[in-house]
Ligand binder design. Structure first.
Ligand SMILES: NC(=O)c1ccc[n+]([C@@H]2O[C@H](COP(=O)([O-])OP(=O)(O)OC[C@H]3O[C@@H](n4cnc5c(N)ncnc54)[C@H](OP(=O)(O)O)[C@@H]3O)[C@@H](O)[C@H]2O)c1
Length: 277
């Protein structure tokens, strides 16, 4: 990472730990990271693991930084934001939220208004450095701030910007929920293979390695996924039979329906969350 502004994390859970781990692996200095959460014993574990500075005082934590990452559950976000508002209105850091469903305007309102705000929709593979995150910046965010936040999330995977905040619902339905779609495919493939007599452990390893290998090929290849699929299908061969079965069974329509259902639920949840706070 080229720049090392001080970054504070409010919340020290799975996501904060994953991001901090990725940042340190890519050369970010532990001395430039602060973390706050209510449980001091848990914070001490974080301090020992990463060498970062910790405090149970969210205001103090926020005050240290040029970038503040809000990494708490959406349900406690309003209280956390209102508590640190007087501090951040004074220091005016870049605010970054990884909470699903809470809009930049809602968060900014709780923080007193007028702050640069980036919303990020990460996903669970971030926990193993293979995340895929969608990012949205409000109008107050400077180009240099976008570069900093992008480099933070690139340290745990891919990070791509969307221009319209509503598209974060589309990101949620794609990469946010997406890992579960592929886990379902793994489950179904494993079941089919074990039904055919392959040992469960063998079926799992072959299925996982096939998924990982296909993903790696798709990422590296100059061909699109359609061409890669056709490359595996020789006329009259086994793959052609399987792909025909998927197509005849309405696989594309089903994927589209599943995507739209997740998109719609993301919109609904955002409304529910906004109404509750
Ligand atoms: N996990 C994912 O894959 C994922 C994906 C996309 C988005 N997100 C979003 O990321 C955010 C964090 O998720 P997570 O999975 O990291 O949750 P988590 O593991 O439950 O972590 C939440 C953290 O917030 C702390 N906390 C609770 N109340 C607080 C307060 N008043 N002030 C400061 N810290 C407080 C908790 O402290 P204690 O441990 O002391 O209770 C905990 O360290 C959520 O908004 C979630 O929607 C997560």
């Amino acid at each position: 990472m080229s720049t090392s502004p001080t970054i504070s994390f409010i919340g020290a859970g799975n996501m904060a730990s994953a991001i901090i781990g990725g940042m340190l692996d890519s050369g970010y200095k532990a001395g430039s990271i602060w973390v706050s959460a209510p449980d001091d014993a848990h914070l001490q574990t974080i301090r020992k693991r990463f060498g970062v500075s910790v405090t149970t005082d969210n205001r103090y934590c926020a005050q240290q930084a040029e970038m503040v990452v809000l990494a708490v559950k959406p349900q406690v976000m309003a209280d956390v934001c209102r508590d640190i508002a007087p501090v951040v209105q004074n220091t005016r850091p870049l605010m970054v939220s990884i909470a699903a469903g809470l809009t930049a305007d809602t968060l900014d309102g709780w923080l007193g208004g007028g702050l640069p705000m980036v919303r990020v929709m990460p996903n669970t593979p971030s926990l193993v450095g293979k995340g895929a995150a969608g990012l949205f910046a409000n109008n107050e965010v400077q180009e240099a701030q976008k570069e900093t936040v992008e480099s933070v999330f690139k340290s745990i995977g891919s990070a791509l910007w969307v221009e319209d905040e509503n598209l974060l619902h589309g990101v949620t339905a794609l990469s946010g929920s997406g890992p579960a779609y592929f886990f379902l495919m793994l489950e179904a493939l494993e079941d089919a293979a074990t039904d055919a007599g392959i040992a469960p452990g063998t079926a799992r390893e072959l299925a996982i390695q096939t998924m990982a290998g296909a993903a790696e090929m798709a990422a590296r290849s100059e061909h699109d996924p359609g061409q890669l699929k056709r490359n595996v299908m020789s006329p009259g061969g086994t793959t052609e039979q399987a792909i025909n079965a998927f197509e005849d069974g309405g696989m594309r329509d089903l994927v589209s329906k599943a995507y739209q259902a997740a998109f719609k639920r993301s919109e609904e949840m955002a409304k529910e969350l906004a109404g509750k706070q």
